[in-house]
Design a protein around this ligand. Structure first.
Ligand code: AOF
Ligand code: ZN
Length: 348
C-alpha cells in the first residue's frame, strides 16, 4: 500500500518511453534513501539504451542509495543483454529493498532477477499494482508470451455504429479533437496498417514512421499522398513487383480462399520485428480480424450522430451473428470525453 504512489510515479516515468522502446518493455524506476526520500528517478528511454534501474542508479554518485529502496514496475533483469544485469548493480549499490509490480515475462529473466536479489539478502516486495503494470506493458507481454504481434484497431463510428454513409463519405464522423487523439495513439505502435480500399477512398497521409498497406492486387497508385512519407510495406499476393518509390518494400503474402492469409501476414510482420500494429482501415478488414480473434484492443471513437438505415458500412462487417450469446465480447478499459465525441477503449 505505502508503495502504491511511488509505483504510480514509475508508471508515469515509464510512459515517457512509449513509442521509442519497442520491442522492450516500458519501465520506470524510483530510488529512495533509507529515510524514504526520493533521491533518483530513471526510465528506459530508447531501445538499446540503459534500463530504468541502471539510469536511476548511475545518477547517484555518493552512495546515498546504500540501505535504501528501489521501486520499479518490472522485475530487474538478470541477463547480459545490451547492458549488464540490473540486479548486479542493485546488489553492488547495497539497496536494502526492491519493490516490483510484476515479474518479467521474458523467459531469460522470468523470476531469476528476483531470486538473485533475494539470495543477496535484499528484501523483495512483489505484486504492487500488478494489474496496472500488466496493462502498461500489454504489448510486451503479448509479444513475449504469444510470440505474436499486438493488434489494436481504431475506428470512428456514429451512435449506430456506422463508419460511413452509402456514398462513402466517412472522413469527418468525429471532430478534430478526436482525430488529434487518434494521431497521437498511432505513435504508440510500431506500424499503422491500412488497406488499399481505405487509401483509395480517403486518400489519407497517415503520417508515421512505418506504414503497412494491404494491397492484394496492387491497385494503389504510388503518386498518392499516402506514399509520400514513412517506410511503407506493401502487402500483396502478387509476385511480380512494379517499379516503386525508394520508401516502398513489397511483402509477399499468400491467399487463402481469395483473401490474403492474415495469420501468415502477422507471423511475417513479427519476424520483421514489428511488435504492434495500429489498424486504421474499414469494416471489412476489421471484421476479418475480429473473426480470426486477432484483435487485442479497440479504440472506438464515437460521435453523437445517427445515420440510421443508410446502407453505409459498420465498423466490423461480415460477422452476422443472430444469437446475442454468440457475440464477440470485449471489456471496457476506459472512457474518455473528447467533447463533442467520446473515446471508448476496449480490450479482449
Ligand atoms: C529492466 N529494466 O528498463 C528494461 C528491461 O535488449 P536488452 O539488453 O535491453 O534487454 C531487454 C530485456 O530486458 C527485455 O526483454 C526485458 O526482459 C528486460 N527489459 N528490464 O529491468 C528495463 N527495459
Ligand atoms: Zn535491466
Amino acid at each position: 500500500m505505502i508503495y502504491d504512489k511511488y509505483m504510480q510515479k514509475c508508471f508515469r516515468l515509464a510512459e515517457k518511453g512509449r513509442g521509442f522502446v519497442s520491442p522492450n518493455p516500458l519501465v520506470g524506476c524510483i530510488v529512495l534513501d533509507k529515510d524514504n526520500n526520493i533521491i533518483s528517478k530513471g526510465y528506459h528511454h530508447k531501445y538499446g539504451e540503459n534500463h530504468a534501474e541502471r539510469e536511476a542508479l548511475l545518477k547517484l554518485k555518493n552512495g546515498e542509495e546504500n540501505g535504501g529502496t528501489l521501486i520499479v514496475n518490472l522485475e530487474p533483469c538478470s541477463h547480459f543483454g545490451k547492458t549488464p544485469p540490473c540486479v548486479d548493480l542493485i546488489i553492488e549499490r547495497k539497496l536494502k529493498r526492491v519493490i516490483i509490480a510484476m515479474q518479467d515475462v521474458n523467459p531469460i529473466v522470468a523470476g531469476n532477477g528476483i531470486k538473485k536479489l533475494k539470495n543477496a539478502g535484499i528484501e523483495v516486495v512483489e505484486h504492487v499494482l500488478e494489474k496496472e503494470a500488466k496493462s502498461l506493458n500489454e504489448v510486451f507481454i503479448k509479444n513475449m508470451v504469444n510470440k505474436t504481434v499486438f493488434i489494436a484497431v481504431k475506428t470512428a463510428v456514429t451512435l449506430d455504429g456506422k463508419i460511413s454513409t452509402s456514398n462513402g463519405s466517412s472522413m469527418w464522423i468525429t471532430s478534430s479533437k478526436a482525430r488529434d487523439k487518434g494521431k497521437l495513439l498511432r505513435k504508440y505502435y510500431d506500424a499503422v496498417l491500412t488497406t488499399s480500399s481505405t487509401v483509395l477512398a480517403d486518400n489519407p497521409k497517415f503520417d508515421c514512421k512505418t506504414k503497412i498497406l494491404i494491397d492484394r492486387t496492387l491497385k494503389c497508385d504510388f503518386s498518392m499522398q499516402y506514399f509520400k512519407t514513412g517506410n511503407i510495406f506493401v502487402v500483396t499476393s502478387k509476385s511480380d513487383y512494379p517499379k516503386c518509390p525508394k520508401n516502398v518494400t513489397f511483402v509477399y503474402c499468400p491467399e487463402k480462399s481469395g483473401k490474403l492469409d492474415l495469420l501468415y501476414l502477422f507471423e511475417k510482420l513479427y519476424r520483421m520485428n514489428i511488435m504492434s500494429v495500429f489498424v486504421e482501415a474499414g469494416g471489412t478488414l476489421n471484421g476479418e480480424l475480429l473473426k480470426l480473434g486477432l484483435i487485442d484492443k479497440i479504440y472506438m471513437f464515437q460521435a453523437p450522430k445517427i445515420l440510421g438505415d443508410n446502407n453505409g458500412k459498420s465498423a466490423f462487417e461480415g460477422n452476422s451473428i443472430n444469437d446475442i450469446n454468440k457475440s464477440f465480447n470485449f471489456e471496457i478499459e476506459s472512457i474518455e470525453n473528447l467533447s463533442p465525441d467520446i473515446l471508448l477503449t476496449l480490450k479482449k
